[in-house]
Design a protein around this ligand. Structure first.
Ligand code: PFF
Length: 448
């Protein structure tokens, strides 16, 4: 195995890194708020089905492309393409994914910057720096620019260290920390008054909304975003997996962890909303729906922390530290996608490539900050509603229609010699050929 490119040193290392990419603000913020605004447990149920039946097969497609190619997304896809037309198609899909990852990072870094400043605010309050606390808490251009830049620099400093000493090392540290904080917070919130009502809203489904097309579209979009699909990230992470590893089970672990953490985050956020209500905080909007998205994280929860007095400062700190860690392990994967391409395509050193690309992404983030109302929502929908599903679908098409079935089987068999006789091999090739592209296309057309 090439040591020049870097490789995950262990299966645990890969699982932490890939789960770190998958588990992010999408799980801890996106999933619970989508659940809150889409009929509670009905959404959870649809999400679970779509995550395992559509997102897992698509994740496998990306991982297997990467491990076969042992290169960045463009070269890995081109390796599967026999003729000039397919090579150009491969370039479009691979490069499109890389751009998508960079653009997602440009808005993700802004949100992560808000999480960073919200983490520092309780510290400022505890140390009686009330002016600083006030500044950290109020929306301003300076605050957004500084914290976005800080977050990008932190991401750069991890990625510049490479696969094993950067991505793997930090994922192995940060993911257990994330789990620890998450469980502590859940234990605390579930002991508060009002939490059981929240648990009921989260866990008892309203089946009448289960076939609502809007709910299906939101759940599939959420599953794709959550597993970092359609961004070339899982192709590049797949390329760092050793040939001795069983890809089928690695992909399943990553999906299980991702879904598990989204589900567990719901056990924190939704009960926390009802605890906030029991403390007198408004949690329903004018038309009776649960407040969600930015209102939840930046108004409802802070109001809850405030109502807890001194303890609230510690709980608030832990909550926003959790969000910041989740954001960091995801953003390192987003930066790795363009960096690996630049290093292999232009023979730049990893350090140069990381700073140049990190700098470019910061410029895009700053442009979004200066034109927030017109650009932020636009970049979010462009990447998550259009880019990710389309590129994810094209990766399925590559594996299902362009790659020869025998070649595909040989790749899956490496690390899993019995693959040919497995249930996975009986179902997945058909799934990836017909079901996934069709289902994604249907959802995409509905979005249009
Ligand atoms: N999966 C991350 C989340 O759930 O927050 C977001 C993400 C990471 C999207 C990496 C795309 C990506 F390439």
């Amino acid at each position: 195995m090439s040591t020049v490119r870097g490789e995950f040193s262990s299966r645990f290392g890969f699982i932490m890194a890939a789960a770190g990419s998958a588990v992010g603000l999408g799980n801890i913020w996106g999933f619970p708020t989508q659940t809150a605004s889409n009929g509670g447990a009905a959404f959870v149920l649809v999400y679970l089905v779509l995550a395992f039946c559509l997102a897992y097969p698509a994740l496998m497609a990306e991982l297997v492309i990467g491990r076969h190619g042992q290169a960045n997304a463009v070269s890995s896809l081109q390796k599967l393409s026999g003729n000039a037309f397919n090579k150009r198609f491969a370039f479009g899909v691979g490069f499109g994914g890389i751009i998508c990852a960079g653009l997602i990072l440009s808005f993700y870094a802004i949100v992560a910057g808000w999480m960073f400043s919200a983490t520092l605010e309780p510290i400022a309050k505890l140390t009686s720096l009330s002016d600083t606390a006030q500044w950290l808490n109020s929306q301003s251009l300076a605050r957004d620019l500084i914290f976005t830049a800080l977050f990008v620099v932190l991401t750069i400093s991890i990625i510049s260290k490479g696969v094993e000493n950067g991505i793997e090392k930090w994922s192995k540290r940060l993911m257990p920390a994330l789990l620890g904080i998450l469980f502590l917070l859940i234990a605390y919130v579930l002991m508060q008054e009002g939490a059981s009502e929240g648990l009921k809203a989260y866990l008892v489904p309203d089946f009448s909304s289960i076939l609502n097309p809007e709910l299906l579209v939101s759940a599939l979009g959420q599953a794709f975003f959550s597993l970092s699909l359609g961004t070339s990230v899982m192709i590049i992470y797949g390329s760092y997996i050793s040939r001795q590893e069983n890809l089928v089970s690695l992909g399943a672990y990553v999906t299980l962890i991702d879904v598990f953490i989204a589900f567990v985050a719901g056990l924190l956020i939704i009960p926390a909303m009802y605890v906030a209500q029991a403390q007198g905080v408004e949690i329903f909007g004018p038309s009776g729906q649960l407040l969600s998205e930015d209102t939840l994280v930046f108004q409802v929860l802070p109001a809850l922390f405030e109502s807890m007095g001194e303890v609230g400062l510690f709980v608030g700190f832990a909550f926003f530290a959790l969000m910041s860690i989740a954001a960091l392990t995801s953003s390192i994967s987003m930066l790795e996608a363009p960096v690996s391409y630049a290093v292999e395509r232009f023979a730049l050193s990893r350090l140069q490539a990381t700073w140049v690309i990190g700098g470019l992404i910061s410029l895009v983030s700053f442009t979004i900050i200066f034109n927030f109302s017109s650009l932020f929502g636009f970049v979010v929908s462009l990447t998550t509603q259009f880019g990710q599903p389309l590129i994810g679908m094209f990766c399925c098409i590559f594996v299902g229609w362009i790659w020869h079935r025998n070649g595909l089987l040989t790749e899956i068999k490496s690390g899993y010699p019995d693959a040919e006789h497995s249930v996975f091999w009986k179902i997945w090739p058909w799934y990836i050929k017909f079901v996934c592209p069709l289902a994604i296309a249907l959802v995409f057309i509905h979005t249009l």
